[in-house]
Design a protein around this ligand. Sequence first.
Ligand code: XMP
Length: 493
Amino acid sequence: NRPFSEKLEVPEALTFDDVLLRPSESRVEPDEADVSTRISPNVELNVPVLSAAMDTVTESGLAIALAREGGLGVLHRNMDVEEAVAAIERVKRADEMKIRRENVVTASPEQTVKEVDRMMDRAGVGGAPVVDDEDRVLGIISGTDIRPYLEVGEHDEVREAMTDEVITADEEVPPRDALELMYEHKIERVPLVDDENRLAGLVTMQGILARREHEDAARDEDGRLLVGVAVGPFETDRAVAADEAGADALFIDTAHAHNLNVVESARDIKEQVDADVIVGNIGTREAAEDLVDFADGLKVGIGPGSICTTRVVTGAGMPQVTAVSQVADVAAEHDVPVIADGGIRYSGDAAKAIAAGADAVMLGSYFSGTDEAPGRVITIQGKKYKQYRGMGSVGAMQSGGGERYLKEEPEEGEEYVPEGVEAATPYKGSLASELHQLVGGIQSGMGYVGAETIPEFKTDARFVRVSQAGQQEGHPHDVMITDEAPNYKPQSE
Ligand code: XMP
């Protein structure tokens, strides 16, 4: 047996504040640095940014906003499977130019106005073609048709409220012609029909305009926004349902993916779905070695998150820059992408994570204060905040998140052993402006290193070790900040 004292001959592990990127000769103008990346064989993003699968961060609203800007939202799993499917469908439908028949929300003439109103609300659509039993288009019903009925006739049938002189177009119509039809008739959606007037799809004004407005959006080959979905390591049902609903990537979501039961189950799930399967979280070379033969991507982070208490509660963890670099060593040999998840406070941290070997970063707190994150704005002593809680916090585990920590629900009278806290983050406004700062910072980092692309950034960047004095020097010092910068808040806040 080895002496116990040998255990203390320990390797050093570093995190963001321990290192800086070493400036190098460069001809790269930051604005021209290409930040597109790949997080799995079939998922390419235009910015290397994902949002955390947390119930105070990513639901369909944030996933839509982030995909429109070129990144990827990962829907959390504190919702039941049906809700998750509905959320996936909302994202996939959001900017679809030509919505395929199977994805069009339709009403029947016998439904009540109230039923259809609820259905449209749930699906996040503003109108629905009305079809008979043989799928022939009888009319169209929209929020405008419904509104007068909600006061007095919500139990009336849809056939009363719908617009029956419906403008349709042939299923092969080019989107440009559909747009002209909409302008000409001042309408927002045109059902597409086959030669027997059966519904074949739908074109919406919203879809066409959104496509034009968001040129750099992350889209699938049909032009629909990309979406990721978190599934529990043993939740095959959710994985299969999410896959069928059109999720582009499934994220096996656990705090310790090097648990061998998780490894086996994740491998099983991978065999049952078409979507790419990304597995996490891990923090060591050995974990990567056990996953890399089947995982389409690896996610790294054991305890770096802003709301995490894993390291204090369990004594286990791995400082994030070392964790990323160890996993990336193994992943690179197998051409498997790596995502650095958690602990990113500033854009410089994201740049360091990529320079250490990640292909993209995942953020929770950074996005939780935006308009698009779930939850309302609260005001405390005149300052605005939004709620943000760890998925291992008592509140989130009570709403169903305990499995991430491989814990059973406590017996009656027992308490959870949480690994996260419930908190508030400063309210930040729109996701687009936060993301602009994040990506701008990463691009500037690439400029300092002389990297034109993310793969170059990963291979060419070099680090220096920073002392505590060096770290302090890097923050504003000896001044009183008078005007807040959009991308800097003092560490104590
Ligand atoms: P940031 O720092 O971006 O971190 O807010 C988000 C990531 O933190 C992880 N996460 C947790 N980790 N206890 C933990 O130890 C928790 O309760 C918890 N909730 C989330 C997760 O990986 C997320 O993406």
